[in-house]
Design a protein around this ligand. Structure first.
Ligand code: FE2
Ligand code: FE2
Length: 285
């Protein structure tokens, strides 16, 4: 369906109003793509942003990661948390600041959408650790950002909410399909545009887009599967699940893509669900 012109204009305006990715965050994201950096470099970048530096120390001292010792130096905190965890915290801190406002059109509060994003990131990372170690570096980010398009579309959708629900009820179609029919696009497609605006790796744009569109061609089908499975796990557990998760399920095709068929599924699923429930009540920020 063609996108109605007035909606397209509004989407473009909202995309432009979206905060750019702060220098600190893009520097850390860039570092994660290069082989050539030292922990000292990462600590230096974190120090440039006092809020971030405080959050790194807070996480380190929270006991959440069981470090069990008072840490006062950023350098030490970064060493203890490790590069991946520090990077995840830096990105999470930014995403948390962007997830603000009213997400009622998706049956979520901003806290709910944050909880869902953080839960999906955790599930995606845990799934990758068990099934695709080569994707561990990107799994958390992909899970964290999969629903980011809602930040742009929530208020637009709210204006057309009755129409969307009417379609869901009368034709029994999935929510994202009704969203697409009414707006001419949906939060998965718009999420990919957000990722583009933030200069994220192309593979992230693809998997964000494909989380409600399995037919989208992706260069890393296992990562796309991990994101859909993580989303499904959060849907099943009711972790910040919105309308788009009402059909939450683990698709056999995705399970097969990451080798989680047969007897292998249950032990991994138990572990992943336990990790998600662990972080559920944790106030990272
Ligand atoms: Fe979604
Ligand atoms: Fe989701």
């Amino acid at each position: 369906m063609d996108r109605p012109a007035p909606v397209l204009v509004e989407i473009t305006e909202r995309l432009e109003r979206l905060p750019p990715m702060p220098q600190t965050v893009s520097e850390v994201m860039q570092m994660s793509r290069s082989e050539d950096f030292a922990v000292g470099d990462l600590a230096q970048v974190v120090c440039k942003d006092p809020t971030l530096a405080a959050r790194v120390l807070k996480l380190c001292n929270s006991g959440f990661y069981g470090l069990g010792k008072e840490v006062t130096s950023i350098q030490r905190a970064v060493v203890l948390l490790g590069f991946e965890m520090t990077k995840n915290l830096v990105l999470s801190s930014f995403v948390h600041s962007v997830i603000q406002g009213d997400f009622e059109a998706y049956a979520q509060t901003s806290d709910g959408l944050w909880e869902h994003s953080f839960g999906s990131a955790t599930a995606c990372l845990a799934l990758a650790e068990n099934t695709a170690p080569d994707l561990v570096e990107v799994a958390y980010t992909a899970g964290l950002l999969h629903d980011i398009g809602k930040v742009v579309l929530a208020s637009l959708l709210a204006e057309r909410f009755q129409e969307v629900i009417e379609r869901v009820k009368t034709r029994r179609i999935p929510f994202p399909q009704a969203e697409h029919e009414v707006l001419g696009t949906d939060h998965a497609e718009v999420g990919a545009l957000v990722a583009e605006r933030w200069n994220l790796a192309p593979v992230l744009r693809e998997v964000i887009r494909s989380h409600h569109h399995r037919d989208v061609e992706v260069s890393e089908p296992r990562l796309a599967a991990l994101v859909r499975l993580a989303d499904g796990v959060c849907g099943i557990l009711g972790v910040g699940a919105g309308f788009d998760a009402t059909d939450a399920d683990l698709d056999d095709r995705d399970l097969a893509l990451v080798g989680l068929d047969g007897d292998k599924l249950q032990p991994v699923l138990d572990q992943v669900m336990a990790r998600v429930m662990d972080v559920r009540g944790f106030r990272l920020f």
